[in-house]
Design a protein around this ligand. Structure first.
Ligand SMILES: Nc1ncnc2c1ncn2[C@@H]1O[C@H](COP(=O)(O)OP(=O)(O)OP(=O)(O)O)[C@@H](O)[C@H]1O
Ligand SMILES: [Mg+2]
Length: 368
């Protein structure tokens, strides 16, 4: 049982630099929470304050309703996996995994049992007597995780634990960590700058930018309803396309006037967009909500742009098409069966307007 609660937590480093500002977050028992954001936004600092590696300048952190601000790190019952996990090269896997327990004078039988349990979960049983140097990167990473599993802490903290691994291994370890969490059900906080890890791993996603939490929600909530332009552009790959357009009213409907093309906006958007009629706003649409006319199953009703193909990226299972119109460029995610060529002109491109997003130009907050 472990709930973690941040109340108005702020971190000011020596010299007055504010790294984290008014951080509020409630993490439920057994939850897997991912904190995601660009480099320098304050993710590690937030984690390090829970671990007791950084003082909390202002606000409170509670674990199970106990204020931990002043508790020494060793009494917080948390365990942290870092990006640069250092295994002891002269120790076997078993010795590496049991090190923390031996340091705390656990009984031998208990140590053996915990190491064996962790080794089973991590598929390391056959490696217990091996030294780190004969292990693969993924196996070493699993030993580092094993070291914290054996401790049976209340909370796991992960600070970009997979970023040193190659792409394939990272995907594999991502799945393994999800499995481990399903088995152990320990409250976990995972920090990453990789939006894909954040989408796939967490029950809850916390998007940070520039020392502030931007949005908290399930990955799909955040993906579908980004609260502002930053979150909309950060979550999703390739990122959401943005266009500066003007909202226009014509024949009882509202339109996105992008100069190069005019798009009819669904009536359900009317109420929220009405105050913006005649004004510029940012129109956002994800690459997967753009279709080639030949395969679009919805209605073709004033939702078309004519564009040229500038670049193509064929990924096998999908194809990224980089389009250009006189004033804009944008990316579409197409099915690879749609044959496209670099230099193709006057392609009919359909925007699925029921998935359109609109953002206030000044505040960058989502309008609808
Ligand atoms: N000990 C320190 N003293 C002063 N400033 C620091 C210190 N540690 C971090 N910072 C600054 O605080 C900000 C947040 O750092 P933090 O390490 O939390 O970022 P991060 O989100 O984890 O980034 P990354 O993805 O690059 O790891 C950065 O601008 C960093 O330069
Ligand atoms: Mg960091």
């Amino acid at each position: 049982m472990a709930e973690v609660v941040f109340k108005h937590v702020t971190k000011v480093y020596e010299g007055g630099f504010v790294a984290v500002q008014d951080f509020n977050l409630e993490i439920k028992d057994k939850e897997f929470v991912v904190i995601v954001g660009p480099s320098g936004c304050g993710k590690s600092t937030s984690l390090r304050m829970i671990a007791g590696l950084e003082d909390i300048t202002d606000g409170e952190i509670y674990i199970d309703n106990v204020l931990i601000n002043k508790k020494p790190p060793k009494d917080r019952d948390i365990a942290m996996v870092f990006q640069n996990y250092a295994l002891y090269p002269h120790m076997t896997v078993e010795e590496n995994m049991s090190f923390g327990l031996r340091l705390r004078n656990f009984p031998k039988a208990e140590i053996k049992q915990r190491v064996n349990e962790a080794a089973t979960i991590l598929s390391l049983t056959d490696y217990l007597n091996k030294k780190p140097k004969v292990l693969s990167g993924g196996q070493r990473q699993r030993v580092a995780i094993g070291r914290v599993i054996t401790r049976k802490p209340k909370v796991f903290l992960f600070d970009e634990p997979l970023s040193n691994l190659d792409a394939k291994l990272r995907i594999q370890m991502r799945a393994e960590l999800i499995k481990i969490h399903a088995k152990l059900k320990v409250t976990s906080i995972y920090v990453t700058h990789d939006q894909l890890e954040a989408m796939t791993m967490g029950d809850k996603m916390v998007v940070m930018n520039n020392k502030l939490i931007q949005q908290i929600g399930s990955p799909m909530e955040v993906y579908r309803n980004p609260i502002n332009k930053f979150v909309a552009g950060f979550i999703g790959s390739p990122p959401m396309n943005f266009f500066e357009i003007t909202i226009a009213e014509k024949a009882g409907s509202i339109w996105a006037d992008a100069k190069d093309f005019q798009l009819k906006i669904p009536a359900s958007y009317m109420e929220k967009l009405r105050p913006y009629i005649g004004k510029p706003v940012t129109f956002g649409i994800r690459p997967e909500d753009i279709y080639d006319r030949s395969v679009y199953l919805g209605q073709v009703d004033n939702n078309t742009a004519i564009a040229n193909v500038e670049i193509l990226e064929m990924l096998g299972s999908e194809e990224f098409v980089y389009f250009a119109t006189p004033n804009f460029s944008f990316t579409a995610k197409y099915d690879p069966s749609i044959v496209m060529h670099i230099g193709d002109t006057n392609k009919e491109v359909i925007f699925d307007m029921k998935n359109a997003h609109f953002f206030d130009i000044e505040t960058e907050m989502s309008i609808v």
